[in-house]
Design a protein around this ligand. Structure first.
Ligand SMILES: *Cc1c(COP(=O)(O)O)cnc(C)c1O
Length: 483
């Protein structure tokens, strides 16, 4: 396919381009329709890796040739999260609908930093849907970001501003502030990182132990806050988790909200994947108290199945959110009419100025599938997790390492000797390399666990059986080899 020789990057022959475009769409429909027939994951051959060392081409190549390279060298070598046998990490599977919405968004190529355009209303509508779902009030605000790592960082910044006021925007963080935050030991690593990046420092995050159900120990929280106050520091933030990344536990959000109220702390909930359990009526009671949070981080690209990336920050007090980030640069001046109207803009609610139309794929997904179907898929993955836990309990070679609250099952293969961690790490690598299923490894209570996170809407009971068989086969083989 030829492109114009001048400065324009449009095709010379649109009919030819159209035919190529349809072929590319067909290839991706085939990929998704036939995903079960592929290995979940396979390592890329050296030759393929080498091809990615080629220098920047001065002269272009035909589109069909580059697409062919994509099909042969990129498509087969992803981690495979759209595959129903992918259990490794809390990754969403995406959907065919989301894929199309991505194409439409790319075609429009809108910049969602702001201005008077309807795509902003799409983002606001999705934010409002999510705020309503989570029980946030009408004056709540929100913004799409890459993911919960970013949303958690922004939440720390909003909480910091709510505590220190505009002074922190002018003067930065002063030592004498000595702000202290609290999160359970099960909190995601991005919380400590947010403390680093916000200038508060990782040492200002108190790590609260968890109880047997892997939930924040509230008595320990009370004691930590009291000790900090007695030492003249300023407790300002508690971060609860709805759906921990290791075992899928949910902190007691009502108790955390009570503690936050008692101690006058900003309550942030990292609901990266778990907050969407609100879509499943049977799971909603687990999240009681979420509606009392001051802010919430939530990903639509995990349980929401929206293609990457689509994270959200919601803030109960929209004015506090705006006050943290809005600025008065002249080139961003607002007006009551013309394209500079329709303020505030998403660029007032976070650090991003140029922003893609992430909201569109979320809007399509929520509209086409509806809250009920998405909720059924979320509930379905929790049912499969309980099924897997049940199968493990009756399998003498296996043992469960953590209670199953949502969709994550941590277990291991038993071993009489001291090499049980090595055995289970080897099983995880074996099963991944088999291409049959993809669990991951984590550490639970100091023991290496095979971690199976069921997030994928395509996963069925048969896929769970395939995983179990692969684990048992690998375990038996490794134990045989040892003697
Ligand atoms: C995935 C996850 C994160 C990080 O979110 P990203 O979207 O990957 O940036 C944070 N917290 C929890 C509990 C998560 O599951």
């Amino acid at each position: 396919m030829r492109h114009e020789q001048g400065a324009s990057l449009d095709p010379v022959d649109w009919d030819e381009f159209r035919a190529q475009a349809h072929g590319m769409l067909d290839d991706m429909c085939d990929y998704l329709q036939q995903i079960r027939s592929r290995p979940v994951w396979q390592a890329a051959p050296e030759q393929v890796r080498r091809d990615f060392l080629r220098p920047l081409p001065a002269r272009g190549r035909p589109l069909d040739e580059v697409h062919q390279q994509f099909m042969e060298q990129i498509l087969p070598y992803t981690v495979g999260n759209p595959h129903p046998g992918f259990f490794g990490w809390v990754h969403g599977a995406g959907t065919p609908v989301g894929m199309l919405a991505e194409m439409l968004a790319a075609g429009l190529n809108v910049n969602l930093g702001g201005r008077d355009q309807v795509p902003l209303e799409v983002e606001r509508q999705v934010i409002r849907w999510m705020a309503d779902l989570c029980g946030f009030p009408a004056h709540a605000s929100g913004v799409f970001v890459t993911g919960s790592s970013m949303a958690n960082l922004l939440a720390v910044l909003v909480a910091r501003h709510a505590c220190l006021g505009d002074e922190v925007r002018q003067q930065g963080v002063r030592d004498r502030h000595a702000l202290v935050a609290y999160a359970a030991s099960s909190a995601h690593g991005c919380i400590a990182q947010a403390m680093e990046m916000s200038g508060l420092g990782r040492a200002q995050l108190r790590v609260i132990p968890v109880d047997r159900r892997h939930r924040m120990d509230l008595a320990a929280l009370d004691a930590a806050v009291a000790a900090d106050r007695a030492a003249g520091r300023r407790p300002f933030l508690v971060v609860a988790t709805a759906g921990t990344v290791d075992v899928g536990a949910v902190d007691d959000l009502t108790a955390v909200a009570d503690a936050a109220q008692r101690h006058r702390l900003w309550m942030h909930v990292d609901g990266a994947y778990g907050a969407l359990a609100m879509l499943a009526p049977a799971l909603r009671p687990l999240l009681k108290g979420l509606e009392r949070a001051d802010s919430l981080a939530c990903d639509l690209h995990k349980w929401g199945q929206v293609p990457y990336d689509a994270g959200l920050l919601l803030v109960r007090d929209g004015a506090a959110h705006l006050a943290t980030f809005s600025s008065a640069e002249q080139y961003l001046r607002r007006d009551s009419r013309g394209m500079a109207a329709n303020s505030p803009w998403p660029c007032d609610l976070g650090p991003d100025l140029s922003r893609g139309f992430r909201a569109l794929k979320a809007w399509f997904t929520l509209q086409v599938h509806g809250a009920d179907q998405l909720g059924r898929s979320i509930d379905g993955s929790c049912q499969l997790a309980r099924y897997l836990a049940g199968r493990i309990l009756v399998q003498p070679e296996l043992e469960l390492l953590a209670p199953v609250t949502l969709n994550i099952v941590c277990f291991r293969h038993r071993d009489s000797g001291p090499e049980v961690d090595q055995l289970n790490a080897a099983i995880v690598a074996d099963v991944q390399q088999s291409g049959l299923a993809a669990p991951s490894a984590t550490t639970v209570n100091g023991q290496l666990a095979i971690r199976c996170a069921i997030v994928n809407h395509r996963t069925r009971q048969a896929d769970i059986e395939t995983l179990l068989r692969a684990v048992l086969d690998s375990g038996a083989r490794l134990l045989r080899q040892r003697c």
